[in-house]
Design a protein around this ligand. Structure first.
Ligand SMILES: Nc1ncnc2c1ncn2[C@@H]1O[C@H](COP(=O)(O)OP(=O)(O)OP(=O)(O)O)[C@@H](O)[C@H]1O
Length: 331
């Protein structure tokens, strides 16, 4: 459904004095029917990639076909086959939801009757009937986002791009929008390509996660594959004081060669107290009892112990030494 080869985009700023390589040689193949989450820190090149694939921005070099059409040679073909839901609300504030859907259908060349039928079918299928005669200003954030998504579906695209669909929403509305997306995916089997900042959402909802950093793909797979191949489990031990923690690190070294080389191999976004020891292990469930027995054998009193499964942030940290939840330093 999407095939990109060496897709690149360079911007020049300050009257050509400064070059920004926003996307650098991206290769990507996406099968039809996939729900793909495109993740990365601020400035990684996610929106630029999305804008190139949706023909809103020409690439500096490289090629891509989207839904069978070349983005450079046949941008109209791409636009007819895809839907795009941007970060800003697309519905105007003062038109009723059904009228807005009809206007969108007309913009795609449908007759008034056909556009009306399509609007009603969408309202029905997406459970939006009760919003049909309301104006967007009277809707909640989640409802408004659902209407935006419906607008992107009027011309029955094969593929829908969503740029940060749940950003700026409260947790309840985020869950509402996600349920909506998952239902859409289940019922239509359509291909969904979305960017998100929310790692937990990408982790639990997407079938495939592509992580980009500084314009390049650094990881690609299912969330489980990425976590088990690139991050691994961890055990966090809480000790009574810094001296005990130091001794515990020595004992832990035998469980993990990395633990010996780097006493705190995984600096979390919140700095751990120096009484906390973090130990990378292949499997936390089996390592925990052995580790506690070893600590006891060395006369070290452990106050707290817990096995920690990796998150996608741990994957990013393992690959880049930075946390995905940290802000990028401004260039
Ligand atoms: N029109 C532009 N002119 C100059 N630089 C740009 C332009 N658009 C994007 N950039 C730069 O390109 C880089 C990638 O930006 P992009 O918006 O694609 O990142 P992103 O991953 O979508 O970030 P965010 O998560 O913050 O939306 C950034 O350094 C950004 O400042």
């Amino acid at each position: 459904m999407i095939h990109a080869r060496k897709l690149s985009r360079t911007f020049t700023r300050k009257r050509g004095k400064e070059r920004v390589d926003a996307v650098r040689g991206l290769d990507l193949d996406v099968e039809a029917g996939t729900l793909l989450a495109f993740l990365g820190p601020n400035g990684a090149g996610k929106s630029t990639t999305l804008r190139m694939l949706t023909t809103l921005l020409p690439p500096t070099s490289g090629t891509a076909t989207v839904a069978g059409c070349d983005i450079a040679r046949d941008p109209d073909g791409v636009r007819r086959r895809i839907g795009y839901v941007g970060q800003k609300n697309s519905a105007s504030d003062h038109h009723r939801v059904r009228d807005e859907l009809v206007a969108q259908g007309r913009a795609y060349g449908m007759t008034r009757a056909r556009a009306g039928e399509r609007a009603d079918a969408l309202l029905d299928r997406l459970d939006l009937q009760e919003l049909a005669n309301r104006t967007p200003t009277t809707l909640s954030g989640g409802q408004r986002r659902r209407v935006d998504i419906a607008l992107g579906l009027v011309h029955a695209p094969e593929l829908l791009f969503l740029d940060e669909p749940s950003t700026g929403l409260d947790p309840h509305s985020r869950a509402e929008v996600w349920n909506f997306i998952l239902r859409l995916r289940e019922e239509s089997g359509m291909t969904l390509f979305l960017t998100t900042h929310y790692l937990e959402e990408a982790d639990s909802m997407a079938e495939r996660v592509v992580i980009v950093d500084r314009g390049r793909t650094i990881a690609d797979g299912t969330a489980d594959e990425l976590k088990s191949e690139l991050a691994g489990d961890r055990i966090d031990l809480g000790l009574r004081d810094a001296a005990d923690a130091e001794r515990a690190r020595g004992v832990a070294a035998r469980f993990s060669s990395e633990a010996a080389a780097a006493p705190d191999p995984s600096p979390a976004p919140a700095e751990p107290a120096d009484t906390t020891v973090r130990i990378p292990v292949p499997n936390a469930d089996t390592a925990l009892p052995e580790l506690l027995a070893a600590m006891e054998g060395a006369g070290i009193k452990v106050a707290t112990a817990r096995g920690v499964r990796p998150t996608l942030d741990d994957v990013f940290l393992a690959l880049t030494g930075r946390s995905l939840t940290e802000e990028e330093p401004t260039e």
